[in-house]
Design a protein around this ligand. Structure first.
Ligand code: ATP
Length: 322
């Protein structure tokens, strides 16, 4: 067996499709003649040398599973210059010549720092939030949106039966993409996202009243996590309109579940591409989806980009959600 080893870890919040990515890294890595090492619980596992060999059959039957079989963590110790140095020393002791880091922005900062210590790292965007500026898409986003959509459909059934207003909070941290797309997909009367400041009178009450005036008798308001405050919102809607209102936070249900085909395929492609880069000794790169293609970028450059919100889609949502 080759002496050269590559490793793979998952870090930050878990996302459906992480398993598909690490499966692809394992299989592509072995096909390229690498020994493949799994690191448990993100950068913590590197510091503690909590690692194990990944074989072809170690990753059997995980492409369809949510979460991450490598476990994930946020590591305070790694997030210091001494921690990064210790992690690089661990890599040298373990014979690791490159690492695939599956996670979000924070995990990529770690990958950049580790690359700076001579350990080439390639990042794969794995987060349900779709909040990575350099990439049009992050692994886990599609599954999370589909879960949120199914849940809101169910909430809408009961809202309709009782002529109610349902205010539903979806995840996404500071990014409104899950709210925007699930709001469109579930016919929400109003969609509140952190990227667009809102006025309660105009953007919530005004939209409910406009829909009411054309015969609508139940309402769904989708609110992004980054806006929050849905209990007060539901209370204020009921007080101002007399429409019985309920608040629901969907929460972590959106992080679990079997990944959709899109998440499995993007994760698989990225896992394989990450191995290609490491095979060439190329590190400090992050993979991204841009215009439907998978590309790689310098991590520092990628981290300096600003996320773009789809204002056109937002305007479309406002037009048709009546
Ligand atoms: P998600 O978006 O799902 O939360 P994330 O990767 O952004 O994922 P973070 O908690 O921000 O999640 O980062 C994960 C880990 O990456 C941290 O616990 C830390 O160990 C490491 N990390 C974060 N920022 C840095 C940094 N500036 N330098 C080195 N390591 C970092």
């Amino acid at each position: 067996m080759s002496e050269r080893a590559i490793a793979v870890l998952t870090s930050g919040g878990d996302a459906p499709g992480m398993n598909a990515a690490l499966r692809a890294v394992t299989r592509a890595g072995i096909a390229e003649g690498f020994r493949v090492i799994g690191i448990r619980r993100g950068y913590n596992g590197l510091l503690n040398k909590d690692v194990f060999d990944l074989k072809l059959r170690s990753v059997s039957n995980i492409i369809n599973r949510g979460g991450t079989v490598l476990y994930t963590a946020r590591s305070e110790e790694f997030n210091t210059p001494a921690g990064v140095k210790k992690a690089a020393d661990s890599c040298r002791e373990l014979g690791i010549c490159g690492i695939v880091v599956i996670g979000g922005d924070g995990s990529f900062r770690g990958a950049r720092d580790l690359s700076g210590q001579g350990i080439p790292c390639v990042g794969i965007p794995g987060t349900i939030d779709n909040d990575i500026a350099c990439s049009d898409y992050t692994v886990g986003f599609d599954t999370a949106m589909n879960t949120a959509m199914e849940m809101i459909d169910k909430i809408r059934d009961t809202a309709q039966s009782h002529d109610r207003c349902s205010v539903v909070e979806v995840m996404g941290r500071r990014c409104g993409d899950i709210a925007l797309q699930t709001g469109i997909a579930t016919g929400a009367t109003a969609i509140l996202v952190p990227e667009v400041p809102y006025d309660f009178e105009k953007d919530v009450l005004g939209r409910i009243r406009a829909a009411q005036s054309v015969g609508k008798s139940h309402f769904v308001i989708v609110v992004a996590e980054g806006v929050g405050g849905i209990d007060k919102l539901a209370h204020d809607i009921e007080e101002c309109t007399g429409i019985e209102s309920r608040a629901t936070v969907l929460g972590h249900v959106q992080r679990g579940g079997s990944p959709t085909i899109r998440d499995r395929v993007v994760a698989s492609e990225m896992g394989s591409k990450a191995v290609d880069l490491l095979k060439q000794g190329i590190g400090n790169r992050v993979l991204a989806v841009q215009n439907g293609k998978i590309v790689d970028l310098d991590i520092t450059e990628a981290l300096s980009l600003e996320r773009k919100f789809d204002y056109e889609l937002y305007k479309t949502a406002l037009k048709i959600s009546i």
